[in-house]
Ligand binder design. Structure first.
Ligand code: SF4
Length: 382
C-alpha cells in the first residue's frame, strides 16, 4: 500500500510555526517589550478582531487607523471605572468625580444635551455600588495591571486586568463591566478573554482560582417622583435601589415638613430593597449589580490557549498585501453600526478613493495604546 504523503502529518500549527522565522515582526511589534529587546505582541482584542473580520484588522493594525470620533466623547464606562479604581485604591473618588464633572461642564451645550446628566447619574451609580458591596469581604491586591506571557512561538501575549482580588478562598482575577442588561452564564463559560487572563496569571506564578465578573448596569437607579401635591411619592413602577429610594424619601420629607408622608408601603418597599444588598453566598437579586464567579481548570485554560495561539499564528502570517483578497465578515444586520470602519469598507467595495475618507474621519496611531494609557482616563483629544 502506498504511504500517505508526509505533509498530511504536519499539523496546521506546525505549518504556521514554520513561517514564523526569527525576526518576524508579526502584526504588532513593540520595540520596548522584554526590557528593550523588542517582541511581537498579541492581545485579546487583536485575536477577537481578527476572528471576527480580517479586513477590520487590516484597517486597525496594518493601516493603524483610529476613528476621530473616539477622541471626543466622555465615556461613561471609563468614568465609572476610574472612580471605582480610585475608591479601591483608597483615593478620594469624590474629588476625581468633581474633576471629571468639571471637564463635562466644559462641553458644548449640544454635547451635554446628548449625554444627559452624566455627572449625577454616575455619582448615583457609584454611591449605590458602594452601598451594595458594603459587606464585601474582598481585598484588592492590585488594580489595572498588565501581564505578559509568551505563546509557544515566542509571541508575547499581553493583557490588562482590572483587578486581582483576595477572599477567603484565595486569589481571583476580576473584570468590571458595565452593561445595558447583565450577561448570562453561557457567555462566561465560553468567554476566552477570562480564560486567557487566567492562563497568563498562572504562567506568571499567580495561583488564581478563577475569574470574577463585576457587573454594573448602565442605567442609574431611578429616583421616585414626588406628586404635585407633595404629599407622597408616585406609585408608578420603579427601577431603583435602596440608597436612591431612601435618599429621595428623606429629601422630600425635609423639603416638605408636615406635608410629605412616608407611608407603610414605602417602608416595606425600602425593606425589600435593603434585602438586595450583597452578601457572599446569598442569592443575588439586585437588578443593578451582580458578581459572577467561575473557576476554570488548567485543562480548560490550555485548550483556550491553543485555540488562541492558532489564531495568533494565522494573524501573524496572514497575507494583508492585497486589500482585494483580504477576507471579511459576512454582513449581518447586527454587525453594521458596530464597526468603526464601515465607511471605508463600503467605499472600498464601491471603488471609491479611500484617502479623502481616511483624512476626514481617521487619525493614524498606535492601536494598542490602551495598554500604555492610564486606565480610566478620558480618551485623549488628538
Ligand atoms: S463593516 Fe464588517 S465586514 Fe466591514 S470591515 Fe467592519 S467588521 Fe469587517
Amino acid at each position: 500500500m502506498a504511504e500517505a504523503p508526509q505533509h498530511l502529518f504536519v499539523s496546521e500549527i506546525e505549518r504556521l510555526e514554520s513561517l514564523m522565522h526569527d525576526g518576524h515582526q508579526g502584526l504588532y511589534w513593540d520595540p520596548d517589550a522584554l526590557d528593550g529587546k523588542g517582541s511581537r505582541i498579541i492581545t485579546h482584542s487583536m485575536l477577537k478582531q481578527f476572528r471576527k473580520c480580517p479586513l477590520c484588522s487590516y484597517f486597525k493594525y496594518v493601516l493603524r487607523l483610529k476613528p476621530k470620533m473616539l477622541a471626543k466623547p466622555l465615556k461613561r464606562g471609563t468614568w465609572v471605572h476610574a472612580l471605582l479604581e480610585e475608591y479601591a485604591n483608597g483615593g478620594d473618588w469624590e474629588a476625581l468625580h468633581a474633576k471629571y464633572t468639571d471637564q463635562f461642564n466644559r462641553l458644548f451645550d449640544e454635547e451635554k444635551d446628548y449625554y444627559g446628566d452624566m455627572p449625577t447619574e454616575i455619582y448615583t451609580i457609584v454611591k449605590s455600588y458602594m452601598w451594595h458591596y458594603k459587606r464585601d469581604v474582598w481585598k484588592y491586591v492590585a488594580n489595572e495591571f498588565t501581564m505578559e506571557t509568551p505563546f509557544p512561538d515566542g509571541t508575547l501575549y499581553r493583557c490588562k486586568v482590572d483587578m486581582l482580588i483576595e477572599n477567603a478562598f484565595g486569589l481571583w482575577l476580576g473584570d468590571r463591566k458595565t452593561h445595558k442588561t447583565l450577561p448570562d452564564l453561557s457567555f462566561r463559560i465560553r468567554d476566552s478573554q477570562s480564560a486567557l487572563y487566567l492562563w497568563a496569571a498562572r504562567e506568571n506564578g499567580l495561583p488564581v482560582q478563577g475569574f470574577i465578573w463585576d457587573y454594573l448596569r448602565w442605567k442609574a437607579p431611578s429616583v421616585p417622583k414626588l406628586l404635585v401635591n407633595r404629599q407622597r411619592i408616585s406609585d408608578s413602577a420603579l427601577d431603583t435601589d435602596y440608597p436612591t429610594f431612601v435618599t429621595a424619601l428623606k429629601k422630600y420629607k425635609a423639603e416638605n415638613p408636615g406635608v410629605f408622608q412616608i407611608r407603610e408601603k414605602d417602608r416595606e418597599y425600602a425593606k425589600y430593597l435593603q434585602g438586595q444588598q450583597y452578601d457572599y453566598g446569598k442569592m443575588q437579586t439586585s437588578e443593578h449589580f451582580r458578581r459572577d464567579i467561575l473557576e476554570k481548570s488548567d485543562e480548560l485554560l490550555d485548550h483556550v490557549m491553543m485555540m488562541n495561539y492558532h489564531t495568533a499564528l494565522r494573524m501573524n502570517t496572514y497575507d494583508f498585501s492585497d486589500i482585494n483578497a483580504i477576507e471579511m465578515a459576512d454582513p449581518a444586520p447586527s454587525m453594521f453600526g458596530g464597526c468603526f470602519y464601515e465607511d471605508l469598507h463600503i467605499a472600498h467595495i464601491m471603488g471609491t478613493n479611500l484617502t479623502p475618507i481616511i483624512k476626514q474621519n481617521y487619525i493614524v496611531g498606535d492601536p494598542n495604546d490602551y495598554y500604555q494609557d492610564r486606565a480610566g482616563e478620558f480618551e485623549k483629544g488628538k
